[in-house]
Each structure stands twice: as structure tokens, then as C-alpha cells.
Design a protein around this ligand. Structure first.
Ligand SMILES: [Zn+2]
Length: 266
């Protein structure tokens, strides 16, 4: 049985492979604006792509990894100023994930990794994985390409906020429909963009995902308050080679982790 998409199997085929499955990957993302140049499904497309490549690579190495049906919707309230964005609140997101993961656990799939490509989901996913462990005694791991390939991010020169250099490069590398003639540099420096729009901005507050040094956290801004296109950063600096390096490192390392997780006792 070479098929790794859980939803394409019959229940008897699923029953047959529970014992030999090293990990179930759960793709998580969003349906939200990604500037003038990338469709709304950017994040869930990327997560699903990563999961499927990991499952294929694992299979070649004799390790069975399953992919759960992608969870399209995420926490995207701050993109609601742009048509097409669909958001669910954090409580709903946690509730759905808890019920999906407890269903999988009930059928014997105890080793699970959530693969996320939407930064706006991260804090909710952290609450979810902690709470799931508390309630069910099972650790669900959280994988995000910008964390797993953090060393490959050295080639990214510009701030990382939304659909900028890094994310557009990854979108190009996964073969998504990227309108390269529509890329823009906008709200390049989020702090400056806030000031420009007459909103409070501070030196010590973290406005860039890659900000280093002392900082104070802030919620995300309503993107339409600071950017007309929806881009926060510089999408014009994206290139496929940078994205490919990030992606290759992510797939390689996640495949290795699935192998280790399969060998772990519990
Ligand atoms: Zn995105």
C-alpha cells in the first residue's frame, strides 16, 4: 500500500497499517489574502506540499508516514480587510484540532505532527499542543518551515512579516501560482509603516519575525491599516533558489524526525 493520503484509503486498509505507521502529519494553514501575487490558499498549499513530500521520501526510506486531510482554515482575523479571507477564532481552531487528533488517537495513531505554514496560527497551536498533552497524555509536535530551516533563512535579506521575500520564495519553490509581475515592496518596515499611517510605533516592540535583541511583543496589526496590497515586507526580492533551499532542508529534517518518532517508545 503506497498511498499515504489517509482519506484515500478504505477503513480496512487503514486498520492494516496502524501498527507500522511512524507518524501522521496534519497539514494546517489558512485561506487568507497573500498580496496581489499569490492565491488565498498559499499557506495550506505549502503545508500540504511539505507533508506529501515527506511521506514520499519516507516511503523510499522504508518508513510509513500518513498525511491527514488538510485543515484549510486558520486564525486570520487581521487579514479580514481583504476579500476572500476566511477566519476561525482560536477557540474553534483548538476545538477542531482536538477532535481531529483525538479521533486519530482513538484509531491507534498516537504519533502526530502538525505542519503549519501560517504564522498567525502559531500561538494558538502552542496552546493546543500543550492542552492536548495535558488532557490526553500525548505529545503532538509542531513543525513550521521557518523554524525547521531557520539556518537557511540567512539568505533572506529583508524583514519577515507577511507574503514578503521568504514566503514568496517558498511559494515559488512549491510550484504555486505566483504572479511574479505583481509582486510589490510595501510596508517594508512595519514600524515605519505604522508611523506613516499615524499609528503608534515603538523602538522596543517586535514588528519583524526575525527581530533579534530585547523586545516587547505586540498583536498583529490589521494589515489593511498599513498595506494596500496586503504585502508586509519586500516580495520583489523573492527567488525560487532561496525558497528551494528552505524547502529541501524542511523536508529532509522532517523526514528524519518522522523516522525517529517512529522508533521512539511513545
Ligand atoms: Zn502565508
Amino acid at each position: 500500500m503506497d498511498e499515504f493520503r489517509l482519506w484515500k484509503l478504505t477503513w480496512r486498509e487503514v486498520a492494516d497499517i496502524v501498527g507500522e505507521t511512524s507518524a501522521v502529519l496534519i497539514p494546517v494553514g489558512s485561506i487568507e489574502q497573500h498580496g496581489y501575487h499569490i492565491p488565498l490558499d498559499c499557506d495550506i498549499y505549502t503545508s500540504t506540499y511539505i507533508c506529501e513530500r515527506v511521506a514520499e521520501k519516507s516511503l523510499l526510506e522504508g518508513v510509513k508516514v500518513l498525511v491527514a486531510p488538510p485543515i484549510n482554515f486558520g486564525v486570520s482575523w487581521y487579514h479580514m480587510g481583504f476579500p476572500g479571507t476566511i477566519t476561525v477564532n482560536p477557540e474553534t481552531f483548538i476545538d477542531v484540532l482536538t477532535q481531529i487528533c483525538s479521533s486519530l488517537s482513538r484509531h491507534g495513531f498516537k504519533k502526530k505532527i502538525v505542519v503549519n505554514s501560517h504564522g498567525g496560527n502559531t500561538s494558538t497551536l502552542q496552546v493546543f499542543t500543550n492542552r492536548f498533552y495535558e488532557e490526553y497524555g500525548e505529545k503532538i509536535y509542531l513543525c513550521q518551515w521557518w523554524d525547521l530551516a531557520s539556518d537557511e533563512m540567512v539568505n533572506i535579506d529583508t524583514p519577515m512579516v507577511h507574503v514578503e521575500e521568504a514566503e514568496t520564495s517558498v511559494a515559488m519553490a512549491v510550484g504555486m501560482r505566483v504572479l511574479t509581475d505583481k509582486t510589490v515592496r510595501e510596508a517594508f518596515d512595519r514600524r515605519a509603516a505604522l508611523k506613516e499611517h499615524g499609528l503608534p510605533a515603538f523602538e522596543i516592540v517586535k514588528y519583524d519575525a526575525r527581530h533579534r535583541g530585547p523586545y516587547i511583543n505586540t498583536p498583529m496589526d490589521m494589515i489593511h491599516h498599513i498595506s494596500e496590497s496586503g504585502v508586509v515586507g519586500d516580495a520583489t526580492k523573492a527567488d525560487i533558489a532561496k525558497g528551494k533551499r528552505i524547502l529541501d532542508a524542511t523536508v529532509e529534517r522532517l523526514t528524519e524526525f518522522c523516522k525517529q518518532l517512529g522508533e521512539a517508545k511513545r
